[in-house]
Design a protein around this ligand. Structure first.
Ligand SMILES: Cc1ncc(COP(=O)(O)O)c(C=O)c1O
Length: 411
């Protein structure tokens, strides 16, 4: 029983429910697997909450990080790994060609918002209701599950320097800018991942960007979750959205704490010139940049198509496992990151996601799978991730486990 650590874990969103009276305690992780303190091996789909695309503890990353550690983790002054990592990162972010490293995605979002305010001289950040852009004050308004996220009737919750817009609602974008001429930037995700992988409707993100431009506002692509997960680059770029600033994290460090802001040179110059404060004892430290450099060596050769295909096969396997037992299940998202719904069709907006969310069934599925040594997130908007370490054979195992779970759940 934990008595010192609040809630038994340092981030509330990562807590797992007790099962059979026992708390899940991870002992180690490697490839597609996590082991608990009783040495039970689980196939993992949380993957560090998306922190790795190449699998847990990839040897290439572990070796590079270990070497950086042995070499001294904290020289503090500029070091040669930083420019190398920035060059690798920006080689894949097109016109967002300059980078600043931070330690977490939340920090990166915070800095991107600050840059946008300085660049425009405006104060509001518009974020998607039910979107998750980290846990700093500017962007916590309207988290999924909050009353603000519902945006009922004509309400537009606004607090301090944050205002909300309705994801996938084209008219709402026009209305937002008609109501408010103090918007520095719209921050958007390629899909509303933390509200259950709700895909952007065709043309929606491009419409947001065009409208923002017309009104002199910037676009921040929050790619902390999606960047480098589904392709070697920013997912929004693949959807025809360019952005002025972007945040990346998770996948770029393979489990080591590192994130980044990339942006148009003239905006990033504000940080260089000291107009915008950027700081951080640990920002861009050698361990973090070694993780980025090693990860990019792996990602540039990663067969994203094969990864996508394995994820799609898993999604179809899950659907048909439940269908065999008369239970309708569907999924939303993209191959290597998706959400399971106990519903006929996936949601296309947050209101539908709320209507389809079935917390009790998701929890039951979590418990049933966990007893069979497969880990999924225990809440309705949770995501399943597939990594390069999830081989065809492991995906087959997963489908088999889902079939057993479906049988048990429908008995
Ligand atoms: C889209 C998005 N933005 C920002 C963050 C915050 O990143 P971090 O948890 O590294 O602070 C997350 C984390 O899940 C995220 O998914």
């Amino acid at each position: 029983m934990t008595t010192h650590l609040v809630g038994g874990i340092s981030s509330a969103g990562r807590a797992l429910p007790r099962l059979g009276g026992k708390q899940f305690v991870a002992r180690r992780s490697e490839g597609a697997y996590v082991w608990d303190d009783a040495q039970r091996r689980y196939i993992d789909t949380a993957l560090g909450f998306g922190a790795t695309v190449v699998g847990h503890a990839h040897p290439v990353v572990v070796e590079a990080v270990s070497a950086a550690l042995r070499n001294g983790p904290m020289p503090a002054f500029a070091h040669d790994g930083e420019e190398e990592a920035a060059a690798l990162l920006t080689s894949a972010t097109r016109h967002l060609s300059r980078a600043i490293f931070t330690n977490t995605g939340s920090e990166a979002v915070h800095l991107a918002c600050r840059l946008a305010r300085a660049a425009t001289g405006r104060s509001h950040i518009a974020k998607m209701a039910a979107g998750y852009d980290g846990w700093y004050d500017d962007v916590t308004l309207g988290q999924a599950g909050s009353s603000e996220a519902d945006m009922l009737a004509n309400a537009r919750p606004t607090r301090d320097r944050t205002t909300l817009l309705r994801f996938n609602d084209l008219e709402d974008v026009d209305q937002l800018f008609a109501e408010n001429n103090d918007i520095a930037a719209v921050i958007l995700e390629p899909m509303l991942a933390n509200a259950g992988c709700i895909p952007a409707a065709p043309g929606y993100l491009a419409h947001v960007e065009a409208t923002a431009r017309r009104h002199g506002a910037l676009v921040i692509l929050d790619e902390v979750l999606m960047g480098f997960r589904t392709s070697f680059g920013l997912a929004a770029n693949g959807m025809g959205v360019q952005g002025d600033l972007a945040t990346a994290g998770k996948a770029i460090g393979s489990g080591i704490a590192v994130a980044a802001v990339v942006g148009r040179p003239e905006i990033m110059a504000l940080a260089e010139e000291g107009v915008v404060t950027r700081a951080g004892t640990y920002s861009g430290n050698p361990v973090a940049t070694a993780a980025v450099a090693a990860t990019f060596q792996l990602l540039k050769d990663l067969d994203y198509g094969a990864l996508l295909a394995r994820g799609e096969r898993l999604r179809e396997g899950i659907r048909s496992a439940f269908a065999k037992h008369g239970l309708t299940v569907t999924t939303s998202g993209e191959g290597s990151v998706f959400t399971i719904w106990f519903a006929e069709t996936p949601p296309s907006n947050y209101a539908e996601a709320l209507g389809r969310a079935n917390g009790a069934m998701t929890l039951k599925l979590h418990e049933t799978l966990r007893r069979r040594e497969l880990l999924i997130m225990p809440f309705a908007f949770g995501r399943l991730y597939v990594s390069d370490a999830h081989t065809d054979a492991i995906v087959n195992d997963m489908i088999g486990i889902f079939e057993d779970a479906a049988r048990e759940m429908t008995m």
